[in-house]
Design a protein around this ligand. Sequence first.
Ligand SMILES: [Zn+2]
Length: 158
Amino acid sequence: MGVDRGVLGPYVGFDGLPPLHAREVGLPLAHPYGQVVQGRSVTPGGGRLTVEEGSEHHRITLDHLGCDAQATPEKHEAFKQLALAAEAHCLLAGCRHPARFASGNVHRCFEFPQGAIELRVFVRALLCVELGDHTLLDRLVAAAAEAAGPVRPAQARG
Ligand SMILES: [Zn+2]
């Protein structure tokens, strides 16, 4: 079952799904209908999710390395919208830290202030985008726009 890939390995194949590193096989499985798993988990889309619930900020990273289906331009755009929606709450709160989103990166980082977005809702939105459902994404983008003005003001104003 194990597939040795030399310096990158050992990886374990999962019947056509993106392979997991041997150290990741025992991680809990995240699901849109499930509870938010603190720390690391594996997502339905084959990503590795890390949730850090902080007293001031929530930090969430979603690693899609090796997940080709999650690395299309459409997915990059959707995850970028979600990152910008989160960032809008930071701007509103007067945060000074730099934006953590990097366009086109399969290591996706999201950060937002405690209380701005319900953690459970944000994680569910992420998992739903992986599965192609943008309902919660659209709702969070709309909420961010309502709270902080247009999520992408530079474009909105031409
Ligand atoms: Zn912030």
